[in-house]
Design a protein around this ligand. Structure first.
Ligand SMILES: *Cc1c(COP(=O)(O)O)cnc(C)c1O
Length: 360
């Protein structure tokens, strides 16, 4: 039996050639490939600016600094997310205020509204698993409470709401090029996308030691720059992003057809949304048994995420709230193999194994 990985990054000659050409250029950091990619990313997302950086974690941190977050500022964030979303808030000096999940596993705007205080400055919705959050409800909350919106798009590059790309709705957005994400690099990478001239300029400065020019540093930043080799590969893949996302959506349909009728909750696409299935997450109280059953058959599965942010030991000092929906769902979720490079036959193998587990 050939193992089926959770994710498989693309590698082919067009990508290799682009990287080799970047090697020959002898320009390795923030050169012409990065500048072109920034323009192409902004165009694809529908924002004025893109600022490449070393990871989505770095992008989130720079945006929070650019928005002027200071000690005591409260920021609404879903607990059910990758830890870096929350970590960046802490690292920027803010206080995360945890919000429960809705039926689509994303930030529940109604629960968020109950947690607003006079110290709340912003909200960081996460388009989790490739599914947009309820963007109109988040924007409505932000307008009513006077908050900025920072979209965490790390799992949702290319997703849309009513035809408009995620990452173009808030004051700014963070994207990730981690090798399993929808636009994968061959290492770490990320970007800030924004319409806001000042946020873009400030992030450009922060990623390069707070520099105004070669010799003058306007503020203390850090080294969060980006590689020409990675940019060259990403330019090839960005041209394929919509096709790769269509492939993920086709595989999600294949799963949905094959797994129908089982006692298993399948991911649904919410109305108005274009879901890009960064992860294909099913739900069952028999999650651990199912994972072991599939693992024994060479099928890799994942848990995204078994320990919610508000239960992380690192954040105990925040005296976190009880979040009943989040605490329940993290015990039942299981991620099945999914990427644009998976074959139909691999999905069929996973489907057959899951059906066998349930005796169907
Ligand atoms: C992957 C991820 C991040 C962090 O991205 P990096 O590029 O690895 O720093 C942040 N938020 C979410 C939701 C993610 O999935």
């Amino acid at each position: 039996m050939t193992p089926i990985p959770l994710s498989r990054p693309p590698v082919d000659d067009e990508i290799r050639q682009a990287v080799l050409a970047a090697i020959d250029s002898r320009q390795y950091i923030l050169g012409p490939q990065c500048r072109e990619l920034e323009a192409e990313l902004a165009r694809h997302t529908g924002t004025k600016h893109a600022v490449l950086t070393s990871s989505a974690t770095a992008a989130l941190w720079m945006i929070l600094r650019a928005l002027g977050v200071t000690a005591g500022d409260e920021i609404l964030v879903p607990s059910h997310t990758a830890f870096p979303t929350v970590e960046a808030i802490c690292f920027a000096g803010g206080t995360p205020v945890f919000v429960d999940a809705d039926d689509w596993y994303t930030l529940d705007p109604k629960d968020a509204a109950t947690r607003v205080t006079p110290r709340t400055v912003g909200v960081v919705p996460v388009h989790l698993y490739g599914q947009p959050v309820d963007l109109p409800a988040v924007q409505d909350l932000a307008t009513r409470a006077g908050l900025w919106v920072l979209e965490d798009c790390a799992q949702a590059q290319g997703a849309a709401w009513d035809g408009r790309r995620v990452g173009s709705f808030g004051r700014a957005a963070a994207f990730s090029f981690y090798p399993s994400k929808n636009l994968p690099a061959m290492g770490d990478g990320g970007a800030v996308l924004t319409h806001d001239d000042e946020v873009a300029a400030r992030c450009r400065r922060l990623r390069d030691h707070g520099r105004l020019n070669k010799d003058v540093h306007a503020e203390v930043g850090f080294n969060l720059r980006f590689s020409e080799l990675q940019a060259a590969a990403l330019r090839v893949l960005l041209r394929r992003l919509d096709t790769m996302n269509d492939r993920r959506r086709a595989l999600a349909d294949r799963y949905a057809e094959g797994l129908a009728g089982l006692p298993l909750a399948l991911p649904a696409q919410r109305e108005h949304a274009r879901h890009v299935y960064h992860l294909y997450v099913v739900r069952t109280p028999r999650r651990d048994e199912l994972a072991a059953f599939l693992g024994a058959r060479g099928i890799q599965t994942g848990l995204h995420y078994p320990v919610p942010a508000h239960r992380q030991p690192a954040l105990e000092h925040l005296d976190p709230p009880t979040l009943p929906r989040t605490e329940r769902l993290v015990q039942e979720i299981l991620t099945l193999p999914m990427s644009a490079s998976h074959a139909d036959a691999e999905i069929d193998t996973v489907v057959a194994a899951v059906r066998k587990f349930f005796g169907a």
